[in-house]
Design a protein around this ligand. Structure first.
Ligand SMILES: *Cc1c(COP(=O)(O)O)cnc(C)c1O
Ligand SMILES: [Zn+2]
Length: 559
């Protein structure tokens, strides 16, 4: 039960909500969730609220006083439900906005945040959609419904449908991982696998619903979906101190997330709570990227992809239709950029997120972050900008493909147990074998954050004993003490800089063979480059290299 602070004060406003068609101008009082526009057939209608009236009646202040535990229903006057008695909730919304300190440092972004949608009741941002959509069904007296899904919508809907006592049929393209379908079945939903694309699955589900005469959830085209997503914008604005970020970035399939978020910021702008709407960073899977292709070719209409070739089923909308046109318009108005990332890049990024900032995500989310990295490298996202990444979800165990087979080290103690005698020595032998490959690495770096980050990357990627020197003088002294197998050095440091460190090492017989990897924050001049060239094993640019690049350079240098 929600606290009854959701009092009658604004209840009348929910009787005045309007549905609007931007295509032909048709408008009507919101009583039931319409399908298409009755006048022109437009698929996407728009909810309109009496924002000026709410503002004048003190809604902003009242909303700000409501506790976070109310989740997205804190904004219930801006959601398409007429009577709060119909709310079906599991505590969705109010997810934290978390500063990505390490990855921000790695990418050279000072204000990089992730909206942690993994913390919803079924671990993805589809919980918002499910709560609003199932509440609306409850209000309409709908007792049975059909949904088509690539996984997460069905999982979320199933949980909320169970709670509301509503019978649900879920249609999946057969590419969806079995783990996701099994979870849906657990909630008591009827599971139907369709051998075909996601778009074909949607068509089949719609036909089935029509034949059986039951309600078909129109997904992104339903008012509930779009309206639910905008609550992310409201929460982001509050977490940033009633401000909009410069960017909202997401791995996109149908586009519901970013479209809803833009509408949310537009409403907060109208209420005077923020002063702008963020630009959209649109990221798709390379194997199915109709929107990214269209956007980067300057086209307002996307060409459907014939054969989606990605194993990330969550992002496999081949024909975005009108949703892309809406996004295109928004990105023309507020700014935007688009990038795509391959499955392989997504898997690498999954590891990067987990090991660098402790965030375990599913591949669809990793695609989004891989795209963010590209937009930073292309200079489209600037170092000082406030960037919010939608950490959309982590609804099932990571696929085997990500870690490969060698994710654990094995110690075989069976022979030890049989010997009985001197088990300690054998155990010690095993431990020594484990520890014998330790390589000594010396980091010479005056920036504390960078040094900490490098230590962390090394710790998570192998057996290294890491020493840190704060400047060139200390670095040269430590080379003598530690005899490192490898040196990773910054170039620009006070006192003796990286150039001098390398030159004096190369002049000494004992040390001139130690491989050196140089990290630099600035573009080098031609002279600087030639000064370094023959002397270092690898040169990486801070703020643009990723863990994998560094680890690759380390492995090459040590071989
Ligand atoms: C649904 C989903 C997406 C794609 O969302 P859209 O905004 O509809 O394109 C991305 N990631 C995850 C985890 C999802 O569940
Ligand atoms: Zn119309």
């Amino acid at each position: 039960m929600l606290p009854s602070v959701l009092s009658d004060q604004f209840a009348a406003n929910n009787q005045r909500m309007q549905v609007q068609c931007d295509n032909c101008g048709f408008g009507t009082l919101y009583v039931t969730p319409l399908g298409r526009c009755p006048q022109c057939g437009e698929d996407f209608l728009r909810m309109e609220y009496d924002l000026a009236g709410l503002k004048a009646a003190g809604w902003v202040e009242a909303m700000q006083k409501r506790p976070a535990m109310m989740g997205l229903w804190r904004y219930r006057e801006l959601l398409p439900l007429r009577n709060e008695a119909n709310i079906v909730t599991l505590g969705e919304g109010s997810t934290p906005l978390i500063h990505m300190k390490n990855l921000g440092a790695l990418l050279g972004l000072k204000h990089l945040y992730f909206k942690d949608e993994r913390q919803g009741p079924t671990n993805s941002f589809k919980d918002r959609q499910a709560s609003v959509a199932i509440s609306v069904m409850q209000e309409q007296g709908i007792r049975e419904a059909v949904v088509a899904s690539t996984g997460n919508v069905a999982i979320a809907y199933s949980a909320y449908a169970a709670r509301a006592g509503l019978k649900l049929w879920a249609f999946f393209p057969s590419r969806v991982p079995n783990d996701k379908m099994r979870e849906v079945a657990l909630y008591g939903t009827e599971v139907i696998k369709v051998t075909g694309t996601y778009d074909a699955t949607k068509a089949m589900a719609a036909t089935f619903a029509e034949r059986k005469g039951i309600y078909y959830d129109r997904g992104i085209k339903s008012l509930a979906a779009m309206e639910s997503m905008k609550t992310m914008a409201f929460e982001i604005a509050e977490a940033l101190g009633w401000r909009a970020p410069d960017w909202f970035i997401q791995g996109v399939s149908g586009g519901m997330g970013p479209i809803g978020v833009v509408k949310g910021f537009e409403e907060f702008l109208a209420l005077g709570l923020v002063d702008k709407v963020p630009a959209i960073g649109l990221v798709q899977s390379s194997g199915c990227a109709p929107m990214v292709q269209a956007f980067n070719n300057g086209l307002p209409v996307a060409v459907p992809v014939e054969n989606p070739s990605t194993i990330i089923a969550t992002l496999a909308t081949a024909n975005p239709g009108r949703a892309y046109q809406i996004l295109w318009d928004m990105m023309q108005r507020y700014g935007g950029a688009a990038a795509s990332a391959s499955d392989e890049e997504a898997f690498q990024t999954t590891k990067l997120l987990a090991r660098t900032d402790g965030i375990s995500v599913e591949p669809a989310t990793a695609v989004g972050f891989a795209g963010l990295v590209k937009l930073v490298r292309e200079g489209k996202i600037k170092p000082d900008e406030v960037v919010v990444f939608n950490c959309t979800g982590h609804t099932f165990p990571v696929e085997k493909a990500i870690l490969g087979d060698r994710w654990a080290k094995q110690v075989d103690l069976s022979s030890v147990e049989k010997q009985e005698r001197l088990p300690e020595t054998s155990l010690l032998n095993s431990v020594q074998t484990l520890a014998s490959n330790v390589r000594r690495v010396l980091i010479i770096e005056d920036n504390e954050d960078s040094a900490r980050l490098l230590v962390r990357i090394l710790q998570s990627s192998g057996n290294y004993k890491v020493h840190v020197a704060r400047d060139g003088v200390e670095g040269l002294a430590m080379v003598r003490n530690v005899h490192p197998d490898l040196i990773i050095s910054d170039l620009m440091m006070p006192g003796i800089d990286g150039f001098q460190v390398i030159e004096s090492l190369r002049a000494e017989e004992d040390f001139h063979d130690i491989p050196v990897i140089v990290l630099t924050a600035k573009e080098l001049t031609v002279q600087e480059r030639s000064r370094l060239n023959s002397q270092v094993d690898s040169l990486l640019h801070k703020g643009s290299f990723l863990n994998e690049d560094l680890v690759q350079s380390i492995l090459e240098a040590l071989n």
